[in-house]
Ligand binder design. Sequence first.
Ligand code: SAM
Ligand code: SF4
Length: 417
Amino acid sequence: MGFITDLTRSWLTRSAKPFTFRSEYDSVLDYSDCESLGLYVHIPFCKSICSFCPYCKSIYNAQKMDSYIDALLEEIRMVGESRNEKTRCTSLYFGGGTPALAADRIGEIITELQKYFEITDGIGLELHPDNVTLPVLEKLKAAGVTRISIGIQSFCEKYQSILGRKSVDIAAMKQALSQVHFDTVSMDFIFALPEQTYDDLRSDIEQAFDAGANHVAIYPFIDFTFTESKVKAMSKKEKHRLLDDITAYCDSMGYTRSSIWTFSCEPEARYSSMTRENFLGFGCSATTLLRKQFKINTFSVEEYCRRIGEKKLPTSLTLRFSQRQRMVYWLFWTAYSTRVDSADFERFFGVPLKRMYGMELKLAKLLGYITEQDGVYTMTPKGAFYYHYYENFYTLSYIDRMWGIMRQQAFPEKLEL
Ligand SMILES: C[S@@+](CC[C@H](N)C(=O)[O-])C[C@H]1O[C@@H](n2cnc3c(N)ncnc32)[C@H](O)[C@@H]1O
Ligand code: SF4
């Protein structure tokens, strides 16, 4: 697996140099030159822990949550105060863990962020189905949240039990959702679980839209090496067929594909914290992507609070990009939306996309992975499958390794990927 990603990285960056993350960091982050900047806030607490889940989280405790949020507000101040004027941002996403458990203090976090950032494109937040109650939804709405995403995983008892999750009370959820309006109500599903069929998945999507969602995210199950999950991922062939069938079904129903994994029944419904050119991340494990660097905060809640208490940024590792490395990063995450506009690339890097990657684009067209119209490259269903397939390698070679280490060591010395 590592061989494939190493080869692709060397080819696309035109260098044998790996991505090298070091323990160094900048105490002042320069994001003044970042257009279309997104914000991300991580809340690392859950009421119970799911064995398959790779994210940075620990068991919820009211006191721990409170100290964590106090530290989070301080991190926002430390980063925000480095500029004299308000910075324009696109969106803000709260992820986790289960950020809805902090519903009482979400308004406070948003207000702190709004002192330094002007958020133009809405605020998203993740909920566990247990959090979908009238009081929680009302608090989130009053705080300014405009998009929500609910982790369903599956409505089928069989898969809930394979994943060790309890069944969802669809009627109660539907009732609560019908009373509080959000621009986007997204529901997360996991596909490619053992023996999962097209009918199971189609029924999940239909039940989601019926229960009040206008957007669904269907993530392929990833078997992270450091989790205790015993669930085995489906074979490539079966997964390919399932993804093709479900994509064709969504097309036939007129649902819009807004990224590799997401479909909406209302075209304007969007939920994506991934496809942004630059972003600032706050909280444990949060990543920050700027023009010249990528940095990742410590995964340890205790070390996070301690570093903030010392008035230091909680950065654990920093990668300083070469220009080609930054281009690969940009292309990989922009392609997630299934569409790459060469004008955006040229605006960001000051060089034409064709000059940097003309040969690769030609090859991708020849293989039937992309089509081109007026400099806009759109992924075909075949291209989307292979992107997904490659992303799986990337996740297992890079993310799995990095997160595996970051869970063990709060501040590793160096990491080469
Ligand atoms: C932070 S959770 C969502 C909010 C809430 N904590 C919950 O679980 O309901 C983010 C989503 O990641 C997805 N996810 C977690 N582990 C995964 C895995 N091993 N493979 C694929 N998707 C996964 C699930 O769909 C989950 O809903
Ligand atoms: S899937 Fe959601 S609830 Fe389960 S451990 Fe992960 S973040 Fe927590």
